[in-house]
Design a protein around this ligand. Structure first.
Ligand code: HEM
Length: 136
C-alpha cells in the first residue's frame, strides 16, 4: 500500500476494503468468523439460528462485507439488494445475540494480520448494523 493510501481514513473510498486484504483477506476473515461462531461458548445460541451448513451464510457475509467496506458490490451481483435489519427481522435478536455476534468478529480479528487501529475501527463500525438487527 502506498503512503497516500495509508493516510486515507478507513471510511474513505475502498481504503477499508484494501486494508482488510481485498477479497482474499475478507474471505479469510469470514472463515475465521464462522469458525469462532462454531467454537465460542457464548455463540452457540446464534450458531443454532443458522443452517447446519454454513456455506451460504459464509458466501453472503463475505460478499456483503466486500461492498460494505467500499469494495465491489458482490452481494448485490449475486443475491440482489439487502437491508441488514430487514434481513434479520425473522430472528429473535436482543443484546445477548448482538454481543455474541460481535464477539465472533472480535475473535476472528485476533487471527488477522490487520493494523490494530483498523481492528478497532471495524468493531466500532460494525456496532451500528449489529445494533440495528436487534428486535428486542
Ligand atoms: C446482531 C447479531 C446477528 C445475528 C444473531 C445474526 C444472525 C444471522 C442469521 C441466523 C442469518 C441467517 C438467516 C437465515 O438464513 O434465515 C444471518 C444472515 C445474514 N447476516 Fe446476520 N446476524 C447478526 C448480525 C449481522 C451483521 C451486523 C451483519 C453485517 C454487518 C450481518 C450480515 C448478514 C448477511 C449479509 C446475511 C445474509 C442475509 C440474506 O441474504 O438473507 N449479520 N444473520
Amino acid at each position: 500500500m502506498s503512503d497516500t493510501q495509508n493516510k486515507r481514513a478507513y471510511g474513505d473510498g475502498d481504503a477499508s476494503f484494501q486494508t482488510a486484504g481485498g477479497e482474499a483477506g475478507i474471505k479469510t476473515l469470514v472463515d475465521a468468523f464462522y469458525h469462532a461462531m462454531a467454537t465460542l461458548p457464548q455463540a452457540q445460541h446464534i450458531r443454532q439460528m443458522h443452517d447446519d451448513d454454513l456455506t451460504e451464510s459464509n458466501d453472503k457475509l463475505f460478499r456483503f462485507l466486500c461492498g460494505w467496506l467500499g469494495g465491489p458490490k458482490l452481494y448485490r451481483e449475486k443475491y440482489g439488494s439487502i437491508a441488514i435489519p430487514r434481513a434479520h427481522a425473522h430472528l429473535d435478536i436482543g443484546l445477548e445475540e448482538r454481543d455474541a455476534w460481535l464477539a465472533c468478529m472480535a475473535e476472528a480479528l485476533k487471527t488477522q494480520d490487520y493494523p490494530e487501529d483498523f481492528k478497532a475501527y471495524l468493531m466500532e463500525a460494525l456496532m451500528f448494523p449489529a445494533d440495528r438487527c436487534r428486535n428486542r
